[in-house]
Design a protein around this ligand. Structure first.
Ligand SMILES: [Zn+2]
Length: 130
């Protein structure tokens, strides 16, 4: 699995791996891996669980149509791409991406404005990483 490099002590690679293995049928066969920081693990795990639940509740939906193509960080924002989507999933994605925007990519802590701008990292981790 490909992932960005974050300081080792924050790594949650095993959690990501376990999530993928558990819900493998929800992912595209050519899924790259979670290209996001460890701090967003809970947020994306929650999304995957809700997607699974939604598909179980609606057995008429063709599961293969709603597979996860990509999960990545782009310009500091979480981006989730599904093969197809519906009204519920669109709002779930929007809600998930918004939640990530307010959480540090390294530790998941709520992000406050730093130096007057929103960042995808908390103040502690901006200082530690940059
Ligand atoms: Zn942080």
């Amino acid at each position: 699995m490909k992932n960005k490099r974050y300081p080792r002590k924050y790594s949650r690679d095993e959690d990501f791996e376990e999530l993928y293995n558990h819900f493998e049928q929800l992912f595209c066969p050519s899924f790259w891996g979670f290209e996001i920081g460890p701090g967003w693990f809970e947020i994306i795990a929650d999304f995957v669980i809700k997607l699974d639940y939604h598909l179980r509740r609606n057995p008429n939906m063709i599961r293969e149509k709603y597979i996860i193509m990509q999960v990545k960080e782009k310009f500091g924002s979480l981006r989730i791409y599904l093969h197809s989507s519906d009204f519920y999933l669109n709002s779930l994605i929007a809600e998930t991406e918004k939640q990530a925007a307010n959480s540090c990519t390294i530790c998941g802590k709520k992000v406050e404005k730093v130096f007057g701008v929103w960042s995808s990292m908390c103040e502690k981790h901006i200082k530690e990483i940059v």
